[in-house]
Design a protein around this ligand. Structure first.
Ligand code: SF4
Length: 88
């Protein structure tokens, strides 16, 4: 299994920020206090983002999973290369 797509549900995100502490090369907060994904060419959206679009595309799956699991409201969804949702 490899995590290839990440999405933050902005309607669910409450700006609690543990995702940023767990994976600071991937997540940061925007001006609305919602988590966004740091992507290439300075693109910063809540996704969906393919891993290949990430600034840190070499980030470990475990780090992405830890970030998603740290979210108290399960706002971060992860998908594998087959399109299957692997979290939550
Ligand atoms: S941990 Fe969840 S609620 Fe907190 S900022 Fe990240 S996505 Fe939003």
């Amino acid at each position: 299994m490899a995590i290839t797509k990440i999405v933050v549900d902005r309607n669910v995100c409450i700006g609690a920020t543990p995702c940023v502490f767990a994976a600071g090369t991937v997540f940061e907060m925007d001006g609305d206090n919602k988590a966004i994904l740091k992507q290439k060419n300075g693109v910063k959206t809540s996704g969906p983002a393919e891993r290949s679009q990430l600034e840190d595309e070499a980030v470990a799956d475990d780090t992405l999973m830890a970030a998603a699991q740290s979210c108290p409201v399960r706002a971060i969804s992860l998908f594998d290369e087959t399109g299957k949702q692997v979290y939550p």
